[in-house]
Design a binder for this molecule. Structure first.
Ligand code: TRP
Ligand code: SF4
Length: 363
């Protein structure tokens, strides 16, 4: 393994919304699993972010966080290769969020596209809160506190990473001259800009749009999702009811996999050979839709089986998952603590030298 310090640092998070589905897997998780070999990775469960919309009912918050973690481990995130933790276990995120909120103009937040969209779309909850407007500031704190180089995200999150870059730039330009001049001079001498926060780049996850059983984008809230924890019989049942090419009403009608959601699933999961059989059989009415759906179910079950076995190992021994979180939190706290020390120094908030022997009180 390469020296971790020479690897670029990746950070990403998922809100703790409970069990994950196939769309989450191909949209993000599968990519994270690949990245853990190449980068120094930090992945965390954003339980505070979940609160920005679900503050009124917190009864499942903890259970949801654990479910996300179990799905991560099931999918192949490996505690020997990446750091996993829960956001609220690292309170320094909240401290940085507060400090960044001081320098973030309201206009920047009101302009974030997800803010307006979600406020309009989610009518059943009152999102006119301070916390909801500040969602991307908290996300910026999540990213900047680890000085992440790369942030793998879906398209809807790119604007949040852009905002993070703007906040980083503003912070650096406001406070970096306050830092100890010697440190600054050395950094300039070795060609490093005297910045506290590097500007992270968003890495857009190349994710195919995964249709759910009703043909719309797979989403837990639409009730059209295949969960990573669904047993084989449930997977087969769900896929059996999936909508198909509307032109293929009878068995004798020809169809086209390119306009069929089942065809889309085949394109994502099936081998070239199966794909060829699907095109040929569908266009000639040589196969029936039930058969075709059976093939896609075979492939999906094959992907889910090893995940479910791994999940079971952790479910049977809950101590394992908590040990992983404990170790992950310790590592995260170490990095976040060091950044916060620099942040406080830069902002003139470092009182620790006046409290002899109590340096730790600010960590
Ligand atoms: N907002 C992200 C989402 O809904 C989750 C998230 C929180 C995140 N903090 C982050 C993603 C930091 C990347 C980096 O998917
Ligand atoms: Fe869709 Fe397969 Fe039926 Fe063709 S045969 S319409 S691809 S389900």
């Amino acid at each position: 393994m390469a020296n971790p310090s020479t690897k670029k640092r990746v950070l990403s998070g998922m809100r703790s919304t409970g069990k994950l589905h196939l769309g989450n897997y191909v949209g993000a998780l599968e990519n994270w699993v690949r990245m853990q070999d190449e980068y120094e990775c930090f992945f965390f469960i954003a339980d505070w972010h979940a609160l920005t919309t679900d503050y009124a009912d917190t009864s499942r918050l903890k259970e949801n966080s654990v479910d996300v973690l179990l799905d991560w481990l099931a999918a192949g995130l490996d505690p020997a290769k990446c750091v996993m933790f829960i956001q609220s276990h690292i309170p320094a995120h909240a401290e940085l969020h507060l400090l960044l909120s001081m320098i973030t103009p309201l206009g920047w937040l009101e302009r974030v596209p997800t803010y307006k969209e979600q406020k309009e779309n989610i009518k059943e909850k009152d999102l006119g809160t301070y916390g909801f407007l500040g969602y991307p500031v908290l996300q910026s704190a999540d990213i900047l506190i680890y000085k992440a180089d790369v942030v793998p995200v879906g398209e809807d999150q790119v604007a949040h990473v852009e905002l993070t870059r703007e906040i980083a730039r503003r912070f650096n330009s406001l406070y970096v001259p306050n830092r100890e001049t010697f440190v600054t001079a050395v950094k300039i001498a070795i060609g490093q800009p005297p910045a506290v926060f590097p500007e992270p780049v968003a890495l857009l996850t190349p994710a195919p749009r995964l249709p759910g059983t009703d043909g719309r984008k797979m989403s837990k809230s639409y009730g059209n999702a295949v969960m990573l924890t669904d047993p084989e019989t449930v997977v087969r049942q769900k896929l059996k009811t999936m909508v198909t090419d509307p032109a293929r009403v009878r068995r004798t009608d020809r169809g086209d996999p390119d306009v069929c959601p089942v065809g889309d699933l085949h394109k994502i999961f099936s081998t070239k050979e199966t794909m060829a059989k699907v095109y040929e059989g569908c266009r000639s009415a040589g196969i029936g839709c039930i058969e075709c759906k059976g093939w896609v179910a075979d492939t999906v079950v094959k992907i889910l089986n090893p995940m479910q076995e791994r999940r079971k190992k952790y479910e049977d021994n809950p101590g394992l998952a908590w040990d992983i979180l404990e170790a992950g939190s310790a590592r995260a706290r170490e990095v976040a603590g060091a950044t916060m020390q620099e942040v406080r120094e830069s902002m003139g908030l470092d009182y620790s030298s006046n409290y002899a022997g109590e340096k730790d009180s600010q960590q």
